[in-house]
Write a protein that binds this ligand. Structure first.
Ligand code: ZN
Length: 415
């Protein structure tokens, strides 16, 4: 882990100057964190892949930062055992051609993930179809890929497609993205379509059918991006525990994408888990000058939402990201310590059994200190600094999520 070692040596150097006793404590903490990080099973519950994933433009052995934050050598170096590779489709207008396009876009991503695990790099990464598979693959010394969908728009209007996605290996379904869909209301209504804050008032009848089928198959229901009304409905309707694959905590920072205390408490009663996400603007208030600069940058690229992003050329996206990096240099993003503030709050409110960790890499996630898969250990270091024990860190890093996955499997009613 060259990067982490370098960071550790730097920290150590600064501490030595200050106080030799502090330096010794720091050195032993870093050594212990490295050992703990290597022992516990680490799962990142939400990493996006772009449509060109698995092509020469995005080979998982040679990712191109800053846009491509997930790579296989980085996972290996960073001690990240497993990740949910996410099949995301943007929410577009609900008409027959856009439904068809969403299904087709989702299939392309599913195929790219299967190609990676089945054809390209089967000796280094394998697809897990069950919680048991995750342990099995890890014991073989390989990385573990799991598959989740982000946005139920990928079903079109056809609940039956869930069976197809399940057969391909999908094990969670994020009900929504930005913008309402047929399943329910989103935390962030579409500005492009001038949506009101509520369309269904929570989960729709179609949404109830989707959750019933997901439960029957053993696909976990994911409430990230759902409005709190939809989230609470989904938690009460689901027979199996529910996850929030990438959300932060409203009690620490009041953002519409973050989970309210009410939703967190409902999640605990339901046995579920929230993976706290390393997403700058969800973790803390972004300085006003930076917000202004970001808004100007978006305006320059005519970037209002994910639909515009999908339309941009690769070169435009690269330029845009390079400019974002400049802004991050001027105004640093949230830190790993900010992330763990949210974890602390969630653990305090609903208990260690119901909290997890995720990056949302390639989907807007990434913070100072955890900006790509190779830096996962920095989260463990901060958790240890806060006094979390190894068994607690193991729960946060994947144990809780696997418990929910096992429960969803057990409650499935396979025909
Ligand atoms: Zn997302």
């Amino acid at each position: 882990m060259p990067f982490l070692l370098a960071a550790g040596v730097l920290l150590l150097g600064a501490a030595l100057l200050a106080n030799p006793a502090t330096a010794t404590r720091e050195a032993s903490l870093l050594a212990e964190a490295a050992a703990v990080h290597a022992r516990v099973l680490t799962i990142d519950s939400h990493i996006d892949i772009p449509p060109n994933f698995g092509t020469a433009a995005y080979d998982i052995l040679q990712a191109k930062p800053p846009r491509q934050k997930l790579d296989l050598p980085g996972m290996e170096r960073g001690g990240l055992d497993a990740a949910f590779f996410v099949v995301y489709v943007p929410q577009r207008e609900r008409n027959p051609s856009e439904y068809a396009r969403a299904v087709s876009d989702a299939f392309v991503k599913v195929a790219a993930i299967r190609r990676m695990t089945d054809l390209q790099y089967p000796d280094r990464i394998s697809l897990a179809l069950s919680a048991h598979d995750v342990h099995q693959i890890r014991s073989e010394g390989k990385r573990v890929a799991l598959m989740g969908i982000e946005n139920g728009f990928a079903l079109g209007r056809d609940v039956g497609l869930l069976d197809t996605y399940f057969a391909f290996g999908v094990r969670y379904l994020g009900l929504l993205h930005n913008g309402h869909n047929d399943i329910g209301d989103s935390a962030v209504p579409s500005r492009r379509r001038s949506e009101a804050s509520a369309e269904h008032g929570g989960l729709s009848d179609f949404g109830r059918k989707v959750i019933a089928r997901a439960n029957a198959l053993g696909i976990m229901v994911d409430i990230s991006h759902a409005a709190m009304t939809t989230a609470l409905d989904a938690i009460s309707v689901s027979r199996a525990p529910v996850i929030a694959s990438h959300s932060a905590i409203r009690g620490v920072h009041n953002h519409p994408r973050n989970l309210s205390d009410e939703a967190l408490l409902a999640l605990r009663r339901n046995g579920g888990v929230v993976s706290v996400v390393a997403f700058d603007s969800y973790l803390r208030p972004v300085p006003e000058e930076k917000q202004t600069a970001l808004a100007a940058l978006r305006a320059e690229f005519d970037l209002k939402d994910a639909e515009d992003w999908a339309r941009m050329s690769e070169a435009e996206r690269d330029t845009y990201m390079a400019r974002r990096v400049e802004l991050n240099r001027k105004w640093p993003r949230a830190s790993v310590s900010d992330l763990v503030d949210h974890i602390d709050y969630a653990v305090g409110l609903i208990g260690i059994e119901h909290v997890g960790i995720t990056s949302d890499f390639n989907g807007g996630g990434g913070i100072a200190g955890w900006n790509d898969t190779s830096e996962a250990m920095n989260v463990t270091i901060e958790l240890m600094r806060r006094g979390y024990r190894e068994d607690e860190i193991a729960k946060l890093w994947g144990g809780n999520l696997l418990r929910v996955m096992e429960r969803a499997e057990a409650l499935a009613e396979r025909e």
